[in-house]
Ligand binder design. Structure first.
Ligand SMILES: C[S@@+](CC[C@H](N)C(=O)[O-])C[C@H]1O[C@@H](n2cnc3c(N)ncnc32)[C@H](O)[C@@H]1O
Length: 217
């Protein structure tokens, strides 16, 4: 099988660790590498690979055929056309944090479903959405691929909102002392510096960015 790369290897490893699952969703599956790996590992009895676009879905079907496994493929915007399935795990990877939040908002409340979320951008917006709307982030894992740091959030709907401060939105609440997390933190720091310069130029209040800069040193 084509290498998954560090980012999706991490997602697959988490599926393997938390599984096996009865019904796994790979939302925005594209190449369906995660779904295919889960089936090969026996991490899910039923696996649904779903994408909003036909091209990526066809790509996923080719991957599955090449590897002799049979996930179900569904053309769907988020979970919109996946009503009949009772997922106990869903991964949503490689999309912006705002889009992931929008997909979850339309999915509704499913405490039985473990969510593995890997936002490419707007991690702060995604964490805010989760903490404001009754989702618990039980763990965050970090990994670098080709020099870029990524976070994977392990999330479950509990109905309880979580208090947070501004640095939590960007840095998460766990902040492990690992090389991958240090790379993640350095990226957050650089982005905060840029926002601070913009705020200074516009005569804005920099206190939140100052706090974030201190926490991300
Ligand atoms: C950058 S790819 C990520 C593929 C894979 N999940 C990964 O992490 O490598 C994003 C995929 O999400 C799909 N997508 C975008 N918006 C979506 C939505 N609302 N519902 C389902 N799939 C969506 C795109 O068509 C694309 O195939």
């Amino acid at each position: 099988m084509r290498s998954l790369g560090n980012r999706l290897e991490l997602v697959s490893r988490l599926i393997h660790t938390y599984g096996p699952f009865a019904c796994l969703a790979d939302i925005g599956s594209d190449h369906a590498l995660v779904a295919v790996r889960a089936m090969q590992n026996g991490d899910a009895t039923l696996c649904v690979a779903s994408d909003i676009n036909e091209g990526p879905l066809a790509r996923g079907m080719e991957t599955a055929a090449r590897h002799g496994v049979k996930p179900q493929f569904v053309l769907s915007d988020g979970f919109d056309r996946l009503d009949g399935y009772h997922f106990d795990c869903a991964c949503i990877c490689g999309m912006g944090g705002e889009l992931i939040a929008d997909i979850l908002q339309r999915y509704g409340k499913h405490p039985d479903c473990l969510l593995l979320l890997q936002p490419m951008t707007a991690q702060d917006d995604l964490r805010a959405y989760l903490w404001d709307n009754g989702y618990e982030i039980s763990a965050e894992h970090y990994i670098c691929e080709r020099g870029k740091p990524y976070a994977v959030l392990c999330v479950r709907y509990t109905g309880k909102s979580t208090a947070y401060n501004y640095p939590d939105l960007f840095l998460g609440k766990f902040r492990p002392d690992t090389p991958d997390y240090r790379a993640y933190k350095a990226k957050v720091h650089a982005q905060a510096q840029k926002r601070r310069i913009g705020l200074l130029a516009a005569g804005g209040d920099t206190s939140r960015e100052d706090e974030l800069l201190k926490c991300s040193e």
